[in-house]
Each structure stands twice: as structure tokens, then as C-alpha cells.
Design a binder for this molecule. Structure first.
Ligand code: ADP
Ligand code: MG
Length: 619
């Protein structure tokens, strides 16, 4: 009798289902596929809602009823779940009221001005030839400010720049006889130290400052020796890429770039151990991980940020999976260097510096998978829905099923590597010519990319970060056209929303989300691509080095990319570029020639079940 089966793959993010009928001789006919977001943590009974929804939809697409359903096949999910943490490891502190790096939205004028800071009220009494940077408090009208500066200039005072409390820079500059650089919107203008040597720099439109963002530029202006130059170099770094900046040098005041004692990671491998300080950065952490691999567990130094970070990951994984903390072991770790914009401590105008941070993704192996319980719950639910005789079978190692499914991609052959680019983990499986399968599960995937984009752009909005990850950028140059990031133009018949005008936007198929920051389109693009590279290119190479025969990438013929992130518009090409030197054919999978990189595991489950049915007939 022909049987109706649905293969179901419960992933960390997505539950995928493939419906098929299997003839008594084992011939499979796939007739419907569906996917829904996974409900609850993979491997827990909360998955039932998602599974029931996916099964119902796949049957619906196939034109089959619940009553026809004979078997549901669930994957024996690898009991690994992933967690993320991020820790800043540097901190910029301004002592005294030195001011650095303010970059208002609309500075005025242009050029570099060096002089002594002078209160606006004292401008009339300044000696003639002194280089002067005038500090104009909030209450002063722009007409008044401009008139006073012009008067001083006429008297022979060299007014080289201005710092304003109001948001008036452009209005003031438009009324000046000579163009000087002007910075405005300094919220605590009263805290700007007076009588100190200062420099104001404003770059032309579309340009960034050149002198104050260069350590030797600062050294030249402020006549610093080598030791003092070393001290101010974080100032220069913090100003890189700004269109405008101001630096006031006070004798005792300082800007310090402090490394926060982040603490050490203790890596326990199956044979070796290593300790590495988190503030050493991702490269050293990953070198240590590779040295001790295979990893058995990781702990963080007690009483440090790192200790807290690792303890949090472990605790949340324990809570989610209902295991004791002692049963939760970290079996892979991916560290990524990142920068996060943070308000500078001690600043007077909300100055922001990019601080170094390390993001960690951890892969946790729990004691056992809870798939039996999930299967029982699924059977009850499907029974209630009218599938009276349904049998729910847990079977098939995830990696093997993924390989079986991937091999239905036209043009593939063994030996082949499947790279499943998911939300929480990057999973790889190798099938050798003889059919032996080897697999590895690495920490870090799509969710980490989203988190990096969110942190580096200072968005604090994961939904927007997800949009930035998935869609190309554009800039709404008029109400009827958008300049895309590749330089081409897209026209619209209806006017664009006013919120999008002159903004960088993400371009989804049917919607447009403005990105409410001042980042340029280029900067957002660079951040987006770098995040993808640092997670997926790094993980692809790590995975292949681990499973390639003899660790030799040249032994691998084909790499098939699967999972949600294989749908990304640039991740597959970033990986393919990185693998090209090894002569590997790499592309996005097309499961059954129709499903794209989706549904591989669900397809594999059905195919392997059909083989069993077929061979049962044969005996
Ligand atoms: P899992 O196997 O862990 O359930 P998925 O294979 O569903 O995960 O992959 C989830 C990841 O794929 C998420 O990071 C999500 O952002 C990403 N993703 C899903 N759809 C797309 C898409 N169309 N374009 C780019 N990325 C996508
Ligand atoms: Mg998956």
C-alpha cells in the first residue's frame, strides 16, 4: 500500500517539512514542502506547535488530508545549541574636561584652526595677533556671534575656529567675512576649558578629517614628544572617519585608552589545555581553540567579565534545555573581534569612541536530545488533528540526512561536503566516495552576523540589523528614486515615504526600512560584509580543515551550501571566493532540483525511510 510520510527537520530557527508518498516498492514521490519558525528551543516539547504547523502546510500543498498521514519522521537533532555573548575590552576615558572628537550633524565652514580657547564675552579684549578659538555659549544668537567674530577679525585678531553650544554652525559661517571651521551642538559648552590650546577641523562635504585623526598631526599641532604622542594616539583613533572634530589639550587632562581587564578563558581540550586572555583578541583565542581541539569544555576566569560571560551562556543553555549546569559543556567557541561605539566617559558633548570588543559564540552539547518527548507530543497533537493512525519516528543522524538531501542537488557527487549555514551553528558533513560520513558542528552563524551588525552600527535594534544583513542598501535621493549600493538607480511611481528621504535604506522586495543613523552607505556595507566574512568564511575554513581527509582541502571535490544563510545574497559568494584557491566546486544547494538550500534534512529523512521500505520488499 502506498504510504504518506512527512519528514520534519527541527532547526534552531526554522522547522522544515517535506511531504511524500512512498509506493510499496520504495519509489518516492515528493509532493509538498513547507517551513515555519521553530517554536521553543530545538529538542523540547514546545517544538510541537511549529512541527504541527509545518506538517499541516506541507500536506495542504500536497493536496493530502491529515487522515491520509501514515508516518512523520523527525530528525534525531544533534543536542547542540548555541549562545552568544559580547564584551568590550577597551574603554576611552577623558579626565578633566578635555574635549575630543565631537562630530555634530552639521558642522560649518572648513579647514583646520589652531588657537587658544577664549570665552565669547572676552573676544573684544583679545590681543591682536593671538590665534583664537572662540567658545560661544548656548544663549548667543547666530547674528550676534557672527558680528562679534567679524569685528574681532577686523581688529586683527586671528579667529581660527569656533565652538558653539547652539546648532548654528552653518548660519554663523554664512555670515562670516572669512571661512573658519565651526563645530556646534556641544551640549556642555560650559565645560570646554578656556585658555587652552585647541584645534578645530572640519572637512569638506563627503570627506573626513585628516589632521586630528592622525597621531602625528596631533603631535605637530600640540608640539608633543614621543611619549606624549603615544598618550594621545587613542584620540586620533577615536576621530578616524569623522567629518569634523575638536581637540582641546589641557595640561593635566588626558584621554586614556584603557584595556579593561577582561579575564581569561580556560580551554579544556580532550587532550590539551590552554589559557588565553580575552583582551588578546579573536586571532589568539581562535589559535588556542585550534591548538587544544577537539574542545571538551570552556570556563572563564572567576570574578572577571569573561567568567561572567561564559557562566551566562552556560546558565541560559541549561535553563533552555532543562539540564543541570554541570551537564552543559561548551564544545566549540568562535571569537570575533568587533568595534562598538560607546559614549566616552568624561566627554562634554556626548563624544563617542569605537571601543574594541570580542563577541563569542558558544556551542553547547547537552547530555541527550529530548526528541523522544517531542515525538510523543507530536503524535498526540496530530492524533487530535485527525491523523488517527500516524506513527512518529525519530531517526536518522542529522548530518547523514543532510548529506542524503544535498546529494539530490543536480550536478553533485561524492566525495562531497555539506555546509549548513543556520541561525546558531555552522554544521558541516563530509561523505567520502565509499559512503562514510563525518560531521562537525561549529559555533557561530546567522544570528551572530546579525548581532555584530547591530553592535558595530550601534543600532540596538536586532530586527533592523536582520534587514541590513538580508537586503542590499540604497539611498533615497529624491521622492521618486533610490540609488542602490551598486550605483544603479531604481525609480518609483508613487512617492517614497518622507521618513526614507535622504536616508540610507534597506531594500526588501516589497518594503523599505530607513536606517536611522548617520552612517554612510559605504560604512554600513563594509560592516555588513565584514561581519559575514568573519563568521562564515572563518567557519567554512574551520569546518573544512576539520573534516577534510588529512585536513587537506584539496581532497574535497564539491561543497554544497544549505540552510537559511545560503539564501543570503552575498554569503555564498564570499565562501566560494575563499574556497576557489583549493579547486573546490562550491555553490548553493538545490535540494531535489527545486527546493533551493532548504529542506535537505527533511528530504533525507524521507529518502532514507523509502530505502528501508524498498529493501523490506526486496527481502
Ligand atoms: P536553523 O537550521 O538553525 O533552523 P536556518 O537554516 O533556518 O536555521 O537559518 C537561519 C538563518 O538564516 C538566520 O540567521 C536568518 O537570518 C537566515 N536567513 C533566513 N532566510 C534568509 C534569507 N532569505 N536571506 C538571508 N538570510 C536568511
Ligand atoms: Mg538547519
Amino acid at each position: 500500500m502506498t504510504r504518506t510520510v512527512v519528514g520534519v527537520d527541527i532547526g534552531n530557527s526554522t522547522t522544515e517539512a517535506s511531504a511524500a508518498t512512498i509506493a510499496p516498492d520504495g519509489t518516492v514521490r515528493f509532493c509538498g514542502a513547507a517551513l515555519t519558525p521553530t517554536t521553543g528551543i530545538k529538542g523540547t516539547p514546545k517544538n510541537v506547535d511549529g512541527v504541527a504547523a509545518a506538517v499541516a502546510r506541507a500536506l495542504d500543498v500536497a493536496g493530502l488530508a491529515f487522515a491520509d498521514l501514515d508516518v512523520v519522521l523527525l530528525n534525531e537533532a544533534t543536542p547542540v545549541i548555541s549562545g552568544l555573548a559580547m564584551e568590550t575590552i577597551t574603554e576611552t576615558i577623558i579626565t578633566e574636561s578635555t574635549m575630543i572628537g565631537h562630530d555634530p550633524r552639521t558642522p560649518g565652514g572648513r579647514g583646520l584652526g589652531v588657537g587658544v580657547t577664549v570665552a565669547f564675552d572676552d573676544l573684544a579684549e583679545i590681543a591682536m595677533d593671538a590665534g583664537t578659538i572662540v567658545v560661544v555659549p548656548k544663549g548667543v544668537d547666530f547674528e550676534v556671534a557672527a558680528r562679534a567674530i567679524n569685528a574681532a577679525t577686523q581688529r586683527g585678531v586671528r579667529v581660527t575656529g569656533a565652538i558653539l553650544g547652539n546648532d548654528d554652525a552653518v548660519l554663523v559661517v554664512n555670515r562670516l567675512d572669512a571661512v573658519i571651521p565651526v563645530i556646534d551642538e556641544v551640549s556642555r559648552i560650559d565645560a570646554v576649558p578656556l585658555g587652552m590650546l585647541a584645534a578645530v577641523e572640519v572637512a569638506g562635504p563627503g570627506q573626513s578629517i585628516r589632521t586630528l585623526s592622525n597621531a602625528y598631526g596631533l603631535a605637530t599641532i600640540f608640539e608633543l614628544d614621543a611619549a606624549a604622542t603615544r598618550v594621545v594616539s587613542p584620540v586620533a583613533r577615536a576621530l578616524t572617519g569623522n567629518r569634523s572634530a575638536v581637540v582641546v589639550r589641557t595640561p593635566a587632562g588626558d584621554v586614556a585608552d584603557r584595556t579593561i581587564p577582561a579575564g581569561a578563558l580556560e580551554l579544556t581540550g580532550e587532550r590539551k589545555r590552554a589559557t588565553v586572555d580575552v583582551s588578546r583578541g579573536a586571532v589568539e583565542i581562535m589559535a588556542a581553540v585550534e591548538r587544544v581541539s577537539p574542545l571538551a569544555d570552556v570556563t572563564g576566569e572567576a570574578g572577571t567579565n569573561t567568567g561572567g560571560m561564559i557562566a551566562n551562556v552556560r546558565q541560559s543553555m541549561a535553563d533552555l534545555s532543562n539540564h543541570a549546569v554541570a551537564d552543559v559543556h561548551i564544545q566549540d567557541l568562535l571569537a570575533v573581534d568587533t568595534f562598538v561605539p560607546q559614549e566616552v566617559r568624561g566627554g562634554v558633548a556626548g563624544e563617542v569612541a569605537l571601543e574594541n570588543a570580542v563577541a563569542l559564540a558558544a556551542m553547547v552539547r547537552t547530555r541527550e536530545s529530548g526528541m523522544r518527548a517531542v515525538a510523543d507530543a507530536v503524535r498526540q497533537r496530530l492524533h487530535a488533528a485527525g491523523a488517527c493512525d500516524v506513527e512518529v519516528v525519530v531517526g536518522g543522524v542529522e548530518a547523514e540526512m543532510a548529506v542524503l538531501g544535498a546529494l539530490t542537488t543536480p550536478g553533485t557527487d561524492k566525495p562531497l561536503v555539506v555546509l549548513d549555514l543556520g541561525g546558531g551553528s555552522t554544521d558541516a558533513a563530509l561523505i567520502e566516495a565509499a559512503g562514510d560520513i563525518d560531521a562537525v558542528h561549529l559555533a557561530g552563524a546567522g544570528d551572530l552576523v546579525t548581532k555584530l551588525i547591530d553592535a558595530e552600527l550601534g543600532l540596538d535594534n536586532l530586527e533592523l540589523a536582520e534587514d541590513i544583513k538580508r537586503y542590499p542598501l540604497g539611498k533615497a535621493e529624491s521622492f521618486f528614486h533610490v540609488r542602490l549600493e551598486n550605483g544603479t538607480v531604481q525609480f518609483f511611481e508613487k512617492p517614497l515615504p518622507a521618513t526614507a528621504f535622504a536616508r540610507v535604506v534597506t531594500l526588501a522586495e516589497h518594503s523599505m526600512s530607513p536606517i536611522p543613523t548617520r552612517h554612510s552607505i559605504d560604512r554600513i556595507r563594509v560592516v555588513r560584509r565584514a561581519a559575514k566574512e568573519r563568521v562564515f568564511v572563518v567557519n567554512a575554513l574551520r569546518a573544512l580543515r576539520t573534516i577534510a581527509p588529512g585536513g587537506d582541502l584539496r581532497q574535497i571535490g564539491f561543497v554544497v551550501l544549505l540552510g537559511g544563510c545560503a539564501l543570503d545574497f552575498e554569503i555564498p559568494e564570499l565562501i566560494a571566493d575563499a574556497l576557489a584557491p583549493y579547486g573546490i566546486v562550491c555553490g548553493t544547494g538545490n535540494v531535489r532540483g527545486s527546493e533551493g538550500p532548504r529542506n535537505a534534512v527533511a528530504t533525507g529523512l524521507v529518502a532514507s525511510h523509502a530505502q528501508l521500505v524498498g529493501s523490506a520488499v526486496g527481502t
